[in-house]
Design a protein around this ligand. Structure first.
Ligand SMILES: [Zn+2]
Length: 330
């Protein structure tokens, strides 16, 4: 989350939010804390960084950073002394209270370039309660020209006391037209299926396309169909996928169940690689599918709320649930 000066806004679909931010500067109503809210994969972090970069530019053009001043140069070399970026030290882990304590010193020092000081923190929900309380002190007593930019993917998991001290900037999903146009502009054409799989989030779709994740998903779905057809033992499957991202797994299962439900309600199209699942579970009663969906929702909330999950056990449990569900068709 640093480096080259970003376009402003970083993505076309963020224009209204960028204008909102810019208007606050022009009208001299800049709050001392923002919370940029939106799901993963739509450029929330990029927007937060661009806001920080704009604030640290010493001679901004109309509403973009100049890219030339001392502030912009320091930003490009990733050594800006008036920017503090707080993220988990390891991906998916918590932001620790020791990291937050650094903000105390940072807020109290004078801006070295004579402009704003900026703290970008992402994601806000990764702070444990001690870290959140330590941050709250800084939000309550802001000093000088320090602007906090907090990123949140799941607003309901952020303490209300923190939420209430920030001006909210909400990002919604871009329309599929805009998302597909953007994917096409970076060389990913005919991406309808891909985008739908990625729940409409274009940047996530791009990452999946580049990281071979779609292949992996297809393989996973094939395995689920094999369980339904009794061609593979559920525990063999669970072992194979024991290191797979649990959230990805819940999401794929939900997608399968959604497709099955939609098939019952109306004959709707779906990507080719789901056809084996649809065939295997044609006779499964709708109310069982709804029950499975509810269970998956519970599993997902549990997953998002628990810090010390055992992924192998979680996968095993999900696989056995799926095995039991696919039994009911007989
Ligand atoms: Zn500049």
């Amino acid at each position: 989350m640093s480096g080259a000066i970003l376009p402003m806004p970083p993505y076309e679909w963020q224009k209204p939010q960028w204008n909102d931010f810019y208007e606050r500067i022009v009208n001299d109503t800049l709050p001392h804390a923002f919370m940029v809210v939106g799901q993963e994969g739509i450029g929330v972090d990029a927007l937060a960084m661009a806001m920080g970069q704009y604030l640290l530019c010493l001679s901004p053009l109309k509403n973009v950073a100049c890219g030339r001043c001392r502030g912009c140069q320091l930003m490009q070399s990733e050594t800006h002394p008036d920017l503090l970026i707080l993220t988990p030290e390891e991906k998916g882990k918590q932001i620790k209270v020791d990291q937050i304590r650094k903000t105390g010193d940072f807020v109290n020092q004078t801006a070295q370039q004579g402009g704003y000081k900026v703290v970008v923190l992402s994601p806000t929900e990764a702070m444990n309660i001690n870290a959140a309380n330590a941050l709250l002190k800084n939000l309550e007593e802001p000093a000088g020209k320090t602007v906090f930019i907090l990123v949140a993917n799941q607003l309901n998991q952020v303490l209300p006391t923190i939420r209430s001290r920030c001006a909210k900037i909400s990002l919604t999903l871009p329309s599929s037209k805009d998302a597909l146009a953007w994917l096409s502009s970076i060389g990913i054409d005919d991406a309808e299926d891909l985008l739908e799989e990625a729940m409409g989030a274009p940047i996530l779709a791009k990452q999946w396309c580049e990281g071979g994740i779609m292949e992996e998903r297809r393989d996973f779905v094939r395995g689920l169909a094999q369980i339904a057809d009794r061609a593979i033992e559920p525990l063999v499957f669970a072992k194979k996928w024991s290191n797979y991202d649990p959230l990805m797994m819940v999401n794929i299962l939900m997608r399968c169940v959604d497709i099955l439900i939609k098939q019952k309600m109306a004959d709707q199209g779906f990507a080719d690689y789901y056809s084996s699942i649809v065939r295997a579970l044609e006779a499964c009663p709708t109310q069982i599918l709804f029950r499975m969906r509810e269970r998956l929702c519970e599993q997902k909330s549990y997953l998002l709320a628990s810090a010390n999950l055992n992924p192998a056990l979680f996968v095993e449990e999900l696989t056995l649930d799926w095995h039991a569900l696919t039994n009911t068709r007989r």
